[in-house]
Design a protein around this ligand. Structure first.
Ligand SMILES: *Cc1c(COP(=O)(O)O)cnc(C)c1O
Length: 395
């Protein structure tokens, strides 16, 4: 067999409009930062870039937590980092499950030998605080964990009530903010969150590869008072925090260029301002939903439980799920997501995350979808663009 190097062409992924569950569109400034020269991870210039990245992350998480850093790895690494550091065999851990990512949390707790208190909620709905309170009463959970923004369903679970329940039973409050961070308010300190993790490729609009993680003093105390060592060497936050802290103790090599990219993405967020950014996400979400409903489609999640950055719409009768998504991608370069688990073939997941949450994308998507469905013989009412425009006209 001969090996022909010329069979491997120049890399050319093409341009897409990323309106799925992540990654989202990356701003050109972030791509440019990514292409900056790679320097040593202990170079004084890089050390100050690490410091600035931590400052920007604390701004985004709205926190004074002692540890707020990007874990090297995707959102799932952040999830694992939180549990592996805070759970020891035999610890009771309450996990709310209302979608795919909640089931993953439960899986991790079981793998760590934790005693799982699983609180299930309907997929497509927020978690009911009363059900959680009932499940943890007379128990002694070390952690109460919830997914703030369930990307698999588009449901948002408000954090305030659950935070109070966690405090009342003396548990640490652990929150998945992979999809919510940078798209809606997730003020860690105000909301009493002890451990949070996110991902760079959703509303931060950076490529995938880093997982912002934040631990409160209480979480750091719990880590310090573990009986045994953290079973993951790579994700041991006591070592990772010495690497990111003043000592700069070598633990692993930070992915230098990804840190550049994250720093630039965070700088863009700070320039826009958090409240302006959240309002932009809400507005484009309202316009998209208005358009979809005008076409005659219905959303999976009740109005007051919907996420602004991930919209789950029921696939209309007669539409071919895969064919529609293929046509969106090949004819318009638009990526959206299909349903997961029981929702496969039943819903589309339309992301409006970070840089991709804009009027241009909303209107293009609505008109592209309308055209594709008509071509497939699906009945579509004609007023989507007007309905979206009416939302934007509200000023
Ligand atoms: C995307 C996502 C994850 C997993 O992140 P990866 O970057 O894919 O590892 C976890 N939780 C939620 C809510 C997500 O949306």
């Amino acid at each position: 067999m001969t090996f022909d190097v010329h069979a491997f062409r120049d890399l050319d992924p093409g341009q897409r409009i990323l309106m799925g569950p992540g990654p989202s569109d990356v701003h050109p400034r972030v791509l440019q930062a990514l292409a900056s020269p790679c320097i040593g991870h202990l170079d004084p210039t890089f050390l100050s870039i690490m410091d600035e990245t931590q400052q920007l992350l604390r701004f985004l998480f709205q926190t004074e937590h002692p540890l707020t850093i990007p874990v090297s790895g995707t959102g799932s690494a952040g999830m694992e980092a939180c549990f592996v550091n805070l759970v020891e065999p035999g610890d009771e851990v309450a996990v709310c499950v209302n979608g795919v990512f909640g089931t993953r949390m439960a899986d991790i707790v079981n793998r760590l030998g934790g005693k799982l208190i699983r609180v299930d909620a309907e997929w497509g709905r927020a978690v009911d605080p009363d059900a959680v309170r009932k499940a943890v009463q007379d128990r002694n959970p070390k952690i109460l964990a919830v997914v703030h923004a369930e990307t698999s369903t588009g449901a948002c679970t408000p954090l305030e009530d659950l935070s109070r329940i966690a405090k009342d039973c003396g548990a640490l409050f652990l929150v998945d903010m992979v999809t919510s961070l940078a798209g809606m308010d997730v003020a860690l300190d105000r909301m009493g969150v002890d451990a949070a993790y996110s991902g760079t490729q959703k509303c931060i609009s950076c490529p995938p590869g880093l997982s912002p993680v934040s631990f409160s003093s209480a979480a750091m105390e719990a880590l310090k008072h573990r009986e045994g060592p953290v079973v993951s060497w790579y994700l041991d936050m006591s070592m990772v925090s010495s690497y990111w802290g003043a000592e700069r103790k070598y633990h692993h090599t930070a992915p230098v260029n990804m840190i550049y990219a994250l720093r630039e993405a965070l700088r863009l967020i700070a320039e826009e301002g958090l409240e302006a950014r959240f309002e932009r996400h809400r507005r484009n979400h309202r316009a998209l939903v208005a358009g979809l409903e005008a076409m005659g489609f219905s959303m999976l999640v009740p109005e007051n439980e919907r996420l602004p950055m991930l919209n789950t719409v029921r696939i209309p009768d007669g539409a071919d799920d895969v064919k529609v998504r293929k046509a969106l991608l090949s004819d318009y370069g638009i990526e959206i997501g299909g349903g997961l688990g029981d929702l496969a073939g039943k819903v589309w997941r339309v992301g409006l995350m970070g840089h991709a949450s804009c009027r241009k994308n909303v209107v293009l998507f609505l008109s592209a979808l309308e055209g594709i469905l008509r071509a497939q013989g699906v009945q579509v009412k004609p007023d989507a663009i007007e309905a979206a425009a009416a939302v934007y006209a509200q000023g």
